[in-house]
Design a protein around this ligand. Structure first.
Ligand code: HEB
Ligand code: HEB
Length: 458
């Protein structure tokens, strides 16, 4: 196993991307929340929001730095581990990859300016304007890199001449049918997750307020932060679910094998039921029997086609060696389950504003929010692992197998170990730096300082 270059390459790619996506997700979502907090701070003349934007942007820089390191590792690994993929698809992939780098530089330059000019502008709105290109750059990075992944899921924009790609149109390749839903789902889920992570930090602070001896101002600061982040979370939980529904319809049309494997839908049929949980037992004839699952009638037909009698393609229409692994069922269920839970938590919190008997800052509520942060990040991982394992056995869907795309070098196993150690160290250092950064600068102290500087003006 350790000697198998294909398996090791897949494991190393999954490890790198799985680690990178934590920082990529924060990278896409947090700038928007920073902008929103800065906007509210100026608009309401409330220094608490302004401080929120300042503190979030400070933490953000640390996560961006790690994102750059892991992103560079992806770039290296793509050509080292998947030389044949790059040979065949390099022409189509190169443009968005280059644009990604460009969007990143754009973002980084303005982020630098943003960080060092907090007190330099007479008019606070001007400082906020500098933040806009940061957020736009982050969104565009996400956009470009996702077009590459969309292309792998649904390659378009070329002709095949003698088994090779010819007449490649990189622009057309970027706008693959997989792109719109993937893009929208990646961006909405990133904002949802970022909001929940920031909310979870505030919730933990409030839960520990006695131990940390929070003063009244700091408590108010965290409560404001929670109201802001949870409102954003509710909006984007709904958006993520709506777009997820469209992703299901995209799969039904373009990658029916992925949907069928995720739903254990073995035979093509209309009025298909959605299967939740459960396990598989072999039926003795080479097939499977679903046991112990919760079955929701018509729900799969509705997810796939919008109507209860929609005919959903089953796995039986694909050759055995072309079928995705069946365990992706659990990844899909976990993602959707967490999605529902996040929507419920943010809904109850927002509702608490209007209903006395549902206190917003009760202990159970705060614990639920604190759990929601890590859960949201897990949903991101489950979502990607579902989408990527569901693409198997293809590296380029219906065009090139993963086994054909990989390197034949026998040393990938060692690289896997080396990178695993690197990421573990990087992860620990990131957490240490972040906690240190905020422990040394408690909110209460900074709020007093900002009042001293007269920032209460905006
Ligand atoms: Fe998700 C993916 C659906 C939620 C994250 N998703 C996915 C898919 C589908 C879905 C169908 C596949 C696509 C492709 O492959 O193309 N979702 C869904 C639904 C829901 C959801 C229906 C509702 C509930 N998600 C969710 C959440 C999250 C997510 C909550 C987080 C937070 N996903 C995700 C990701 C992914 C997915 C990240 C990968 C990318 C794509 O899009 O693909
Ligand atoms: Fe991916 C693979 C995850 C994005 C490219 N991925 C993979 C895997 C996983 C993942 C888990 C493994 C699977 C197997 O092999 O079975 N991804 C992921 C995540 C994300 C992603 C988490 C977010 C960040 N990808 C992505 C993108 C791209 C990609 C964007 C482009 C550039 N992948 C890839 C490749 C691979 C993968 C190339 C290898 C090959 C195959 O598999 O086909």
């Amino acid at each position: 196993m350790f000697q198998d270059p294909v398996l090791m390459s897949r494991a190393l790619t999954a490890l790198t991307l799985g680690f990178h996506v934590i920082f990529a997700t924060i990278g896409v979502g947090v700038p928007l929340l920073i902008l929103l907090a800065e906007f509210l701070g100026i608009k309401k003349k409330d220094p608490k929001y302004t401080l929120m934007a300042r503190r979030w942007s400070r933490g953000y820089v640390v996560t961006v730095a790690v994102g750059v390191v892991t992103g560079t590792a992806i770039g290296l690994q793509l050509s080292l581990l998947w030389p044949n993929l790059m040979r065949v698809a390099g022409q189509t992939i190169a443009l968005p990859l280059f644009m990604e780098t460009f969007a990143f530089f754009f973002e980084a330059i303005f982020l630098g300016i943003y960080l060092y000019t907090w007190d330099r502008f007479k008019n606070p709105w001007h400082h906020m304007l500098v933040g806009i290109p940061v957020a736009v750059g982050a969104l565009f990075s996400g956009f470009f890199i996702t077009t590459v992944n969309s292309f792998m899921n649904q390659p378009v924009g070329f002709d095949i001449v003698d088994g090779r790609l010819a007449n490649v149109s990189p622009i057309e390749a970027m706008f693959s049918p997989a792109m719109p839903t993937k893009m929208a789902h990646v961006l909405t889920s990133a904002i949802l997750t970022s909001a929940f992570i920031l909310a979870a930090i505030a919730a933990v602070q409030l839960l520990r307020q006695r131990r940390n001896q929070l003063d009244k101002l700091s408590i108010e600061y965290h409560k404001k932060g929670l109201r802001l982040t949870m409102t954003v979370a509710l909006i984007f939980a709904i958006a993520t679910a709506l777009v997820g529904d469209f992703s299901g319809k995209y799969l039904a049309k373009y990658q029916p094998d992925k949907l069928a494997a995720a739903e254990w839908h073995f035979e093509t049929s209309s009025e298909a039921e959605l299967i939740l949980g459960g396990w598989l037992e072999e039926d003795g004839e080479g097939g499977y029997e679903v046991r112990g699952a919760l079955k929701i009638p018509y729900a799969l037909s509705i997810l796939a086609g919008g109507v209860p009698n929609y005919e959903v393609t089953g796995l039986d229409e694909f050759a055995k060696e072309d079928q995705p692994p069946l365990f992706i069922h659990y990844l899909f269920d976990a993602m959707v389950g967490i999605g529902m839970l996040l929507a419920l938590i943010s809904f109850l919190f927002v509702l608490g504003r209007y209903i006395k008997r549902l206190p917003q800052f009760s202990k159970p509520m705060l614990i639920a929010i604190a759990a929601g942060g890590p859960l949201a990040m897990m949903a991101i991982e489950f979502g990607w692992f579902f989408a990527e394992f569901g693409r198997q056995p293809w590296a380029l869907y219906d065009l090139m197998r993963t086994s054909e795309a990989a390197t034949t070098s026998a040393n990938v196993g060692w690289m896997l170990i080396a990178f695993a150690i690197l990421y573990a160290v990087l992860g620990v250092v990131t957490v240490l730096v972040l906690t240190r950064l905020f422990k040394d600068n408690p909110v209460g102290k900074e709020l007093k300082q900002s009042e001293h500087r007269g920032e209460a003006m905006f």
